[in-house]
Design a protein around this ligand. Structure first.
Ligand code: NCD
Length: 306
């Protein structure tokens, strides 16, 4: 049974095919209307979500399938003490594919070990978020028409931001990119990600100042400081507004910079930036549906269910 727990669970050629498939879905959505007729997606969200859950649900509905699930652990038997393993065994009886988001790192992997249907990790704690990565890659590809030879800036909470970890894992498989990692000292990338960058011979710099780095970037991936992963509120309050992208800071950036953000944003991008043509984060949210349609279809086809 094929699961997607981390972004590299799809090989680079598969990832390229997925992006092509999503571009096709975007061009001709009507061709996909009944492709998953009679199939059911279980959306098991133990943690808050707007884009990920709704784009998964919207994707399955657009494919002609149905959706079941919950949007908080409190609304499931987890609140009675049921384990993820038992929940997924049960869900496997009622659905054909499952997307799971959970506050604990490794929860999606555990689910996949007990599941008889494909499991997609929709975010496990501060660890990974592969479908956001596929969304990010689709967005970059559709704007830049390439995935190589770019200087990509990541800014904000690089320690707890699972979207950052997953995107770096996948993007570093493409050659000749350079990375500018902008964060406060306390929120630098985890050691295992730094190790991966070194292992793959990537050019990267870790800096604390956005203003002096922005002019070199082709892509800027802004992120929210992940309040829910902090051990104390004081640290969060001290660090939350470390970076605020505004028009003034953008004046030094390239005219063809692409600004991405997995969203939700709090303060890290001033609303005045939204009207700048370089701001692509809402477009990115739109692409999240197309890539999830392509992924659901791929996994169900491989499982012989579609
Ligand atoms: C992200 C997440 O949940 O990790 N959002 C998303 O899925 N689009 C980013 C975040 O919450 O900051």
């Amino acid at each position: 049974m094929r699961h997607v727990i981390e972004p590299t669970d799809l090989s680079p050629p598969e990832l390229n095919d997925l992006i092509k498939a999503a571009e096709e879905v975007r061009r001709r959505p009507e061709d996909y209307a009944g492709r998953c007729h009679g199939k059911i997606l279980a959306a098991l969200f133990y943690e808050p979500s707007t884009r990920t859950r709704l784009s998964f649900e919207s994707a399955m509905l657009a494919l002609g399938g149905g959706v079941i699930g919950f949007s908080s652990g409190d609304a499931s038997s987890a609140s009675k003490g049921e384990s993820v393993a038992d929940t997924i065994r049960t869900v496997s009886c009622y659905a054909d594919i499952c997307a799971i988001r959970h506050p604990k790192e490794g929860a999606a992997l555990v689910a996949s070990q007990f599941s008889t249907i494909p499991v997609i990790n929709a975010g496990d704690g501060g660890h990974e978020h592969p479908t956001q990565t596929y969304t990010d890659l689709l967005t970059i590809h559709s704007i830049k028409h390439r995935m190589t030879d770019m200087t990509v800036g990541f800014c904000g909470d690089l320690k707890f931001g699972r979207t950052v970890h997953s995107l770096l894992k996948a993007l570093t498989l493409y050659p000749r990119n350079r990375y500018l990692l902008v964060s406060p000292e306390e929120l630098r990338i985890p050691d295992y990600i730094r190790g991966l960058l070194k292992e793959r011979d990537c050019l990267f710099e870790e800096v604390t100042d956005l203003e002096s780095a922005i002019e070199r970037m082709d892509v800027l991936y802004m992120t929210r400081v992940q309040r829910e992963r902090f051990f104390n509120e004081e640290d969060y309050v001290r660090l939350k507004d470390s970076y605020i992208l505004d028009k003034r800071k953008l004046s030094a950036a390239k005219p063809d910079l692409t600004i991405l953000h997995p969203l939700p944003r709090v303060n890290e991008i001033a609303p005045e930036v939204d009207s700048d043509p370089r701001a692509q984060y809402f477009q990115q949210a739109r692409y999240g549906k197309f890539i999830r349609m392509a992924l659901i279809l791929k996994l169900l086809e491989e499982a012989g269910a579609c």
